[in-house]
Design a protein around this ligand. Structure first.
Ligand code: NAD
Length: 276
């Protein structure tokens, strides 16, 4: 594969760059995922709430790629939190994807007001022990949620998928994850394409390397050690976003991008987000 893996804390290999399908309608997901697989992506990030597990699954099946070469992530939605509801929701997701296991299953949001993420995670541990999930993890967990989860369960999460881009660099979370062997996966790695890709410092670095701003931002993540899952439905951009393994940002470039941090979220605050 074009994409080097990182080794998760349970020994499972995960491609450091994958393809995200948030906001891709089910009937367009098949084509988008097919384009991504042709371009060399092997990791796909979906979620029950995205409503496109079926389209994603169709593309995986149609690709003819061996299952062991694929890395499929899906996520449990907030309204399905709880032990028994999680077991049922997992079966539904697996059925829609047309798979007999997923590589990574994530609790989509902690929803602290529900106080069910520990029970939810215990169901994840059961499914993991049965071999139906290769690695279990979380998304949008703050260090306080991770600390409690680790204290009350047996399997340290392999991944925490959080909003992370040059305007929200998440220094404290990344350090916390590194201390505990949790991989940091960046959602909205391109800042949703809003403004970030026109920031003069990024445009200048892109020009210097003969690359695009999106490629520079993805390269910054990769050199920091983040897993990234950029999204696009445009074939040329899908290909552009994986074509980032033949150039390197220098110390000066990395420092210039690191200076862009504003601790500014595009998405919700995980401490308060409770939409079912
Ligand atoms: P992103 O940062 O990947 O940006 C995607 C947008 O950037 C595209 O819609 C397009 O407008 C633009 N873009 C993409 N490639 C480009 C290029 N080469 N040149 C110029 N513009 C380009 O944003 P995202 O989709 O929010 O995040 C990526 C993935 O992260 C999602 O698809 C989803 O899988 C995941 N995600 C997870 C959560 C969560 O709560 N766990 C939340 C949001 C997103």
């Amino acid at each position: 594969s074009k994409v080097p893996p990182i080794i998760l804390n349970n020994g499972v290999e995960m491609p450091q760059l994958g393809f995200g399908v948030w906001q891709v309608p089910d009937d367009e997901a098949e084509q988008a995922v097919a384009t991504a697989l042709e371009a060399g992506y092997r990791s796909i990030d979906t979620a029950a709430i995205y409503g496109n597990e079926e389209g994603t699954g169709k593309a995986l099946a149609a690709s003819g790629l061996p299952r062991e070469e694929l890395f499929v992530t899906t996520k449990l939605w907030n309204s399905d939190q709880g032990y028994d509801t999680t077991l049922r929701a997992f079966d539904v997701s697996l059925g829609k994807l047309g798979l007999d296991y997923v590589d990574l299953y994530l609790i989509h949001w902690p929803v602290p007001s529900k106080d069910q993420y520990v029970d939810t995670y215990k169901a994840f541990e059961k499914l993991h022990a049965e071999g139906r999930i290769k690695a279990i993890g979380v998304s949008n967990f703050l260090p306080e949620h991770l600390r409690r989860l680790i204290g009350e369960t047996s399997v340290v999460p392999a991944v925490n998928q959080i909003e992370l881009h040059p305007h929200l660099q998440q220094h404290a979370a990344r350090e916390f994850h590194a201390e505990r062997g949790i991989a940091t996966e960046a959602w909205s790695p391109l800042g949703q394409g809003k403004g970030l890709l026109e920031v003069p410092a990024i445009v200048a670095i892109a020009r210097k390397h003969g690359r695009t701003p999106a490629q520079v931002v993805l390269r910054w993540h990769l050199q920091l050690g983040n897993v990234v899952i950029p999204k696009s439905v445009t074939p040329s951009r899908i290909r552009e976003n994986i074509d980032v393994f033949d150039f390197t940002l220098d110390t000066e470039d990395l420092a210039a991008i690191s200076a862009l941090n504003e601790d500014r979220r595009l998405g919700p605050d995980p401490a308060a987000f409770d939409i079912a």
